[in-house]
Design a protein around this ligand. Structure first.
Ligand code: PLP
Length: 436
C-alpha cells in the first residue's frame, strides 16, 4: 500500500517513509487511495486486537519487518472497545478505555510503538513536540512515557484545560515535560509551528509532531472501525451501520472513510461537529471557509480550520458532489448537546459532551430501520464539570484518574512568544531513558 500526497498525487512512498516525517516532501499531507480487500468475512472472524494488528501489517507490508509491526500494533491496540446497546437499533462504541480515557490513546500508542521501528540507528533522541487543548497531550504523554530514544514536550494553554487533564499532561515526569503557555491553544500551535520552521533546531532535536495529521495515529484509527462490524455480527446483525463521528480536525472521520474504502461493511458515515461548522457549511455548499474556533462544551472539537480535511477531499479526488453523496453531516449547538447528555441518562447511559454532539446529529439523519452507531470518544468523568450538573450526581473517578488527582503540577511557565519556546528547547533537556 502506497502513500501519496494531498499536493502531489504522483508521489508513492511506503508506510515507513510516511511515518518518518510529518509532511510529504511537497508539504502536503500523506494520503491513501485504498483498494478494497476481499477477505472481510474472514477478517471479521479474527478476534480484536489480532485483527487490528493484521490490518496494520498490511499497511506496512514490504516496508517494515512484519513480526515487529505485528507485535507493536497488537500491544498498541490492546484496549477494550465495547459496542454498548442504546435504545432501539442504536449502539455506542466506547473508545475511551485506554490509559488517558480518550480515543486518542489508540493513535498515540501506535505512533509511540511504530516510530522506533522506522529508526535504524539513532544517534540522538527524537523530541515529540505537541500542542494540546487537553486530550492529545494526555494521550501522547502516556503513550511515550519511558519509550527509549524519545522525549516529549507538550504545550498547553494555562488555565484552559481541566484540572484532571492538566495532571495527565504535566505530572508524569520521566522523559516528558509540559509547558504552561500564557495564551490560547492557537498561540501554542503557532509557537510549535515556529519551532518546526527552525530547520537547524528541528534537525538537531529531531522534532516530531504527534498531532492528528500523523499517519501513525491515522492507521490506528482505521483498525477499530472493523470492530464495530465484528461486534454487530456477533449479535447477529449484518446491516451496514450508519456511524456518527464526533469531529474536530477530521482525522477520525478520515480513518473511518479509509476503513470503508478498504471494504469494511460500514454504511454511511456522519460528520458531526459542534458550533464550529466549517465542514458542515462546506458540505452545505457554502464554500471552504476556515475561521477562528469558538469555545463549546466539547472543547476537543473546537476547531475552525480542520487540518485533515484535504485528506478527505483527496480520497474523493476533489469531487465534492461525490463526497456529499457518500456522507451525512450536521452540527449540534451547545443547548442540544447538553440536553442530549441529560436525556441519555433515561436510556441508562452517561455521555461525554463530544459523544453527545455525535448522538444528537445522528438522531437527525438516521432513517427508520437503520442501525446507528455513535463513537464515544472520551470518558464522561473527564468532563465532570459539564456532565455532573446535567445528570444530578457525581461520577466516580476511574482508577487512571484517581491516582493522579491529588498530584501537584510542576510549573514551567512560558510567555506567548515563539522565541521563548525556541530558547527553552535549546536550553533544557528532558530525561530520556535511552541517553548514555
Ligand atoms: C480529538 C477529539 C475529537 C475529534 O477528533 P478529530 O480526529 O480531531 O476529528 C473528538 N472527541 C474527543 C474526545 C477528542 O479528544
Amino acid at each position: 500500500m502506497w502513500w501519496t500526497s494531498s499536493g502531489d498525487p504522483s508521489l508513492r512512498v511506503p508506510l515507513r517513509a510516511a511515518l518518518a516525517s510529518n509532511f510529504a516532501p511537497d508539504g502536503g499531507l500523506y494520503c491513501l487511495l485504498p483498494e478494497p480487500w476481499d477477505d472481510w468475512d474472514d477478517l471479521l472472524e479474527t478476534p480484536w486486537p489480532d485483527r487490528g494488528a493484521e490490518i496494520v501489517v498490511r499497511f506496512a507490508a514490504g516496508s517494515i519487518d512484519e513480526v515487529a509491526v505485528r507485535k507493536a500494533a497488537r500491544a498498541a491496540l490492546d484496549i477494550p472497545a465495547p459496542l454498548v446497546p442504546l435504545g432501539r437499533d442504536n449502539f455506542v462504541f466506547e473508545l475511551f478505555h485506554g490509559p488517558s480515557l480518550a480515543f486518542k490513546d489508540f493513535g498515540a500508542r501506535m505512533l509511540a510503538r511504530l516510530l522506533p521501528l522506522v529508526d535504524d540507528q539513532t544517534p540522538s533522541p527524537r523530541t515529540i513536540l505537541t500542542a494540546t487543548s487537553g486530550d492529545t497531550g494526555a494521550a501522547v504523554v502516556s503513550a511515550f512515557l519511558g519509550v527509549p530514544g524519545t522525549r516529549v514536550v507538550v504545550l498547553y494553554p494555562k488555565g484552559r484545560v481541566s484540572g484532571l487533564q492538566e495532571r495527565q499532561i504535566a505530572c508524569m515526569g520521566g522523559n516528558t515535560a509540559a509547558l504552561q503557555v500564557a495564551g490560547t491553544f492557537d498561540d501554542c500551535q503557532a509557537m510549535i509551528k515556529a519551532a518546526f520552521a527552525d530547520a537547524e533546531l528541528s534537525q538537531q532535536l529531531r522534532l516530531t509532531s504527534a498531532n492528528s495529521i500523523h499517519v501513525g495515529r491515522l492507521i490506528a484509527q482505521v483498525t477499530y472501525f472493523s470492530e464495530i462490524c465484528a461486534q454487530l455480527r456477533r449479535r447477529g446483525i449484518r446491516d451496514r451501520p450508519v456511524v456518527a463521528v464526533p469531529s474536530g480536525n477530521f482525522g477520525h472521520l478520515c480513518a473511518g472513510l479509509y476503513a470503508k474504502a478498504l471494504g469494511a461493511p460500514l454504511g454511511q458515515l456522519v460528520a458531526a461537529t459542534n458550533r464550529n461548522r466549517t465542514v458542515p457549511d462546506h458540505l452545505d455548499g457554502l464554500g471552504w471557509q476556515p475561521r477562528p474556533s469558538v469555545a463549546t462544551p466539547s472543547n476537543a472539537m473546537d476547531v475552525g480550520a480542520p487540518n485533515n480535511w484535504p485528506r478527505i477531499e483527496a480520497l474523493f479526488r476533489n469531487d465534492l458532489p461525490r463526497l456529499r453523496s457518500e456522507l451525512r453531516w450536521g452540527s449540534a449547538d451547545d443547548e442540544t448537546t447538553l440536553a442530549t447528555i441529560a436525556n441519555a441518562t433515561q436510556l441508562g447511559t452517561v455521555l461525554d459532551p463530544h459523544t453527545a454532539v455525535a448522538l444528537a446529529v445522528l438522531a437527525r439523519v438516521q432513517q427508520p430501520g437503520e442501525v446507528g452507531v455513535t463513537l464515544a470518544t472520551a470518558h464522561p468523568a473527564k468532563f465532570a464539570g459539564v456532565v455532573e450538573p446535567l445528570i444530578g450526581r457525581t461520577l466516580p473517578l476511574p482508577e487512571a484518574l484517581r491516582t493522579i488527582a491529588t498530584r501537584t503540577i510542576p510549573q514551567r511557565p512560558l510567555p506567548r512568544d515563539p522565541a521563548a519556546l525556541l530558547r527553552w528547547l535549546r536550553r533544557h533537556d528532558v530525561g530520556t531513558g535511552a541517553r548514555a
